[in-house]
Design a protein around this ligand. Structure first.
Ligand code: DP6
Length: 330
């Protein structure tokens, strides 16, 4: 039996967010983004060629993938096959250590792992930049999960065809910054609106979108300086305002997209309370109600306890910077 290729990738959390595509076909983002790859919730994906099969088979956490999920994986395999000049169908088996679609970036770890395992299974020899470009075609945030620690994803310039070539992620060396990211899972259920549909609606209808994109470019410049300094307060402040600004663009969309739940707001209040009580802690939120709180590692236990108390019943997981995507051998 062909053992295929198995890859492991971790989710990443953006400190400067990606929100909005200027080309949905080629998956070109409007803005640059910058993230920290985590050491929790890996996705493990095996891709095995099955030349005799009539079509691709896609299994997600032990069950056949359906609908949009299956369509995205098959479209991605088509792209890998086109690059490799091959036609055989494949068997894809994906396991997530976190519920899919809950705003915890399972598409980032998912497509990073699929890009790496798929390229290996079809015999494509890609450098990290080419792998990151490939992963971007599955999910823009996946381009960043090819790399560990901190990574920037370039939006690319010029026409879509030009941008396709230079929209990829690369590592941002940050030697002296090793914070904790305390994740409050306030609701692990699937989200009401997919991030893909939500960002499309935001770009098309939100009068705030363009001004957020402009201020996000300035946030990125400041963020790079703050990271280089290892300045948690500056990193946290910039990340928090960037995320809140992104959610403001969604709230101004027509109709509004609101991911923040009462529990999210209770956690945000508690983060403010921690700061007022001398514990540096800063929040960021993605396309879901969960809150991720950046703090010093030495404060992580205290922050976790405060978040649990603010949203009774939520589960809290503490992450650190984690590894890039890698193939598993043997
Ligand atoms: C809010 O990368 O999941 O998490 O490119 O359509 O697959 P697609 O979207 P996705 O969106 C992530 C959006 C975000 C911010 C971020 O991770 O930068």
């Amino acid at each position: 039996l062909d053992p295929g290729a198995t890859a492991v990738a971790h989710p990443n959390i953006a400190l400067i967010k990606y929100w909005g595509k200027r080309d949905e076909q080629l998956m070109i983002p409007y803005v640059d983004s910058l993230s920290m790859t985590l050491d929790v919730f890996p996705t493990t994906t095996t891709v095995r060629l099955s030349p005799e099969a009539p079509a691709d088979s896609v299994t997600l956490d032990g069950s056949p993938a359906e609908g949009e999920q299956r369509r995205r994986v098959v479209a991605f395999l088509d792209l890998v096959r086109e690059l490799a000049g091959r036609t055989e169908p494949a068997e894809v088996d994906t396991r997530n250590a976190v519920p899919t679609g809950a705003g915890l970036a399972s598409s980032a770890s998912g497509f990073a792992a699929l890009a790496l395992a798929g390229a290996a299974a079809y015999g494509l020899d890609l450098d990290p930049t080419a792998l990151s470009r490939l992963a971007r075609r599955g999910s823009v945030s996946a381009a960043r999960s090819i790399f560990g620690d901190f990574a920037i994803c370039h939006a690319g310039r010029g026409t879509s065809e030009d941008a396709d070539l230079d929209s990829y992620a690369e590592p941002v060396p940050v030697p002296d910054f090793d914070p904790a990211l305390v994740i409050a899972l306030v609701d692990a259920g699937p989200k009401a609106v997919s991030s893909r549909a939500a960002m499309r609606r935001t770009v098309e209808t939100s009068p705030l979108y363009r001004s957020w994109a402009t201020s996000s470019a300035a946030d990125l410049t400041e963020m790079r300086v703050a990271l280089r300094r290892g300045d948690l307060d500056a990193v946290g402040e910039i990340a928090e305002r960037n995320a809140l600004g992104m959610h403001a663009t969604m709230l101004a969309a027509r109709p509004a997209v609101r991911y923040l739940s009462p529990a999210t707001v209770a956690v945000l209040d508690r983060v403010g309370w921690l700061r007022a009580n001398g514990v540096p802690a800063y929040a960021t939120m993605d396309a879901g109600p969960n809150v991720k709180v950046l703090c010093h590692r030495t404060d992580a236990a205290r922050v976790a306890e405060a978040l649990r108390d603010a949203a009774p019943g939520c589960s809290v997981v503490t992450a650190r910077r984690g590894p890039g995507a890698r193939l598993r051998t043997g």
